[in-house]
Design a binder for this molecule. Structure first.
Ligand code: ADP
Ligand code: MG
Length: 304
């Protein structure tokens, strides 16, 4: 059950929220869609689930195009939107019955509801009003409605945001469990989340994909292959000057007179940096290699 996104661009009026985005999610993968707020994660998910149209580009789920095969795609896809909109006045069991009745199935409605209430750990809460539940249990109801028609693809938008640490662990376990037999796309702005549960990580920033790696390669490709240097000079200079140093990759000012400069690990930027300082009559007050971890890489890639 593969999901193929090709050249998707989305404009909201004048604003470009997605800029020529392409990626694939392979069958059975748990893909972490990581990016800062406003990066375009929710927009991408709304397009994949057919809630809003793309301005251009295509989305295909197991061969069905989201435009021409929208009903088929909805049958195959479960979606937990950001902020998990629910009906607070409805009872848990009643609500899940309501959602289940919208899908065709050969399995009797009661059995479908019983099954999902059990797998999402909602048995003790099934006769309560949704509005009276804790945030963790409401999130379980959100997951239950996304899973009720046993979809092959699960799209979860910030599923653990706003939960306390115990609730986060519980929801992650449910996602992991569901991920054993489904293709999952999970958006988050939390690095640890993708480290904890994903097989693959795609990083998006300002509508553009800036990294796409399987988990085993995250460290080798994104972290070990990069050198991250922090340098402090005795005065301010334009970023563009630093970008001209041989092998310099991204350059980002972090504090007054201080920059983070990225270079490939086998093309150390430091020698060039000293020559640059001499040539420009700058004094290097400090120079250090930054610890490469996913959080730092995320900040470098997204400029946050
Ligand atoms: P994320 O989920 O990564 O935080 P979004 O997809 O919600 O990002 O938003 C991407 C960009 O598109 C943001 O700049 C946001 O302000 C803008 N945006 C999102 N939804 C709308 C909308 N309905 N109308 C106009 N702009 C929007
Ligand atoms: Mg969002």
């Amino acid at each position: 059950m593969s999901v193929i996104i090709k050249n998707v661009t989305k404009y909201y009026g004048e604003q470009k929220a997605l800029d020529d985005v392409s990626f694939e999610i392979k069958t059975g993968e748990i893909m972490g869609f990581l990016g800062p707020n406003g990066a375009g994660k929710s927009t991408m998910m709304k397009i994949i689930t057919g809630f809003i149209p793309a301005t251009s580009g295509s989305v295909t789920i197991n061969g069905h195009d989201i435009g021409t095969g929208s009903l088929k795609v909805r049958e195959m896809t479960g979606y937990l939107p950001e902020n998990n909109p629910l009906y607070p006045e409805m009872y848990v069991r009643e609500y899940l019955g309501f959602v289940a009745s919208m899908y065709r199935s050969d399995i009797p409605l009661k059995n479908r509801i019983d099954r999902i209430i059990e797998t999402t750990g909602l048995i003790p809460e099934q006769n309560k009003k949704i509005g009276s539940l804790s945030k963790g249990y409401r999130q379980r109801v959100g997951l239950a409605q996304a899973l009720i028609h046993d979809p092959q693809v699960l799209i979860l938008d910030e599923a653990t945001t706003g939960l306390d640490p115990n609730q986060i662990v519980e929801i992650r376990n449910l996602i992991r469990e569901a991920g054993k037999e489904k293709t999952v796309m999970l958006s988050t702005h939390i690095m640890q989340e993708v480290e904890a549960i994903c097989d693959r990580i795609i990083i998006i920033d300002r509508g553009v994909i800036v990294a796409d790696e399987i988990k085993e390669n995250i460290y080798s490709k994104l972290i070990n292959d990069r050198l991250v240097i922090e340098v402090e000079f005795d005065r301010d200079i334009p970023d563009s000057l630093l970008a001209g140093i041989p092998h310099a990759g991204r350059v980002r000012k972090t504090k007054p007179n201080t920059w983070i400069i990225e270079s490939p690990a086998d093309h150390d930027v430091r020698a060039g940096l000293f020559e640059f300082a001499v040539r420009n009559n700058l004094t290097v007050l400090s120079l250090q290699r930054k610890e490469g971890n996913l959080e730092e890489i995320f900040r470098i890639l997204t400029g946050k």
